[in-house]
Design a protein around this ligand. Sequence first.
Ligand SMILES: [Zn+2]
Ligand SMILES: [Zn+2]
Length: 100
Amino acid sequence: MAAWTRGSRTTQRCPACRAPVIKQLVGERAALNVIADLTPLTPAQQAELREPNRLIWCLRTNSLGQQRLLWLDPWHPPDCRRGDHVAEHRCPPAEPTTLF
Ligand SMILES: [Zn+2]
Ligand SMILES: [Zn+2]
């Protein structure tokens, strides 16, 4: 009952493609406005997605149910069990409109 009275939820939708994403300010000094996907990635998918322009984050959920993105240090294990690893959100390429 009253399942809807949840605490602060950071998940929302991408204004462009409507995909569910998590939006958060990360970092202490130079805060970075991060938009990340909510789909957990396998270690293989992380290796595939890892590139200089796309960051991968560790999505932790605390005891209050609040989700927080954590920066992945180089030594962070790709198969860590403390959170889901998610990639920075990128909108999928627009569907080609089928116009005659
Ligand atoms: Zn992790
Ligand atoms: Zn999008």
